[in-house]
Design a protein around this ligand. Structure first.
Ligand code: FES
Ligand code: FES
Length: 168
């Protein structure tokens, strides 16, 4: 009878919000759990753990993905971005400022995941209309806001980014 391997953890190294993070993952450990427990990223929220709510959304090599549907080991050697890396500590980026301006959050539990989806989305769809934005947001559940403020915030940022830079 083969000997039971009681410690099936393996070291993996990811770039998380620009810093190199090495931690240990069992083969079936979820990336969401790795990011919270090994990398200490509290902006990765966990709701349903089966791909429905969108709370755990991060960007993996730039693409928005559900970290609860990704194994930590699949992210070995790759680049992970979370809402904690959107701006310097104590600062907000344009999307975060727009969410605040348009009251796009209340309790904030869904917000980090939505920000990561929206940041990927706006890079791929720089000039969306309201229907496009609502379609993108349909992949996220928010129990508080009714979504209207988020839609306005995302459209506002798209407009801002499309405007020529008037400072130069
Ligand atoms: Fe990942 Fe809900 S916790 S989609
Ligand atoms: Fe509370 Fe979205 S702001 S769940």
């Amino acid at each position: 009878m083969p000997k039971l391997n009681r410690d099936a953890r393996h070291p993996i190294t990811l770039t998380v919000d620009g810093r190199s993070v090495t931690g240990y993952a069992e083969p079936r450990m979820l990336l969401s759990d790795f990011l919270r427990q090994e990398a200490g990223v509290r902006a990765v929220h966990v709701g349903c753990e089966h791909g429905v709510c969108g709370d755990c959304t991060i960007r993996l090599d730039g693409k928005a993905v559900r970290s609860c549907l990704t194994l930590a080991m699949q992210a070995d050697g790759r680049i992970v971005d979370t809402a904690e890396g959107l701006a310097e500590p104590g600062e907000l980026n344009d999307l975060q400022r727009a969410f605040r301006r348009h009251h796009g959050l209340q309790c904030g539990y869904c917000t980090p995941g939505i920000l990561m989806s929206a940041s990927d989305y706006l890079e791929r769809t720089p000039q969306p209309d309201e229907e496009d934005v609502r379609d993108m947001l349909s992949g996220h559940l928010c129990r508080c806001t009714g979504y209207a403020g988020m839609v306005d915030a995302i459209l506002d940022v798209a407009d801002e980014r499309a405007r020529p830079d008037e400072t130069g």
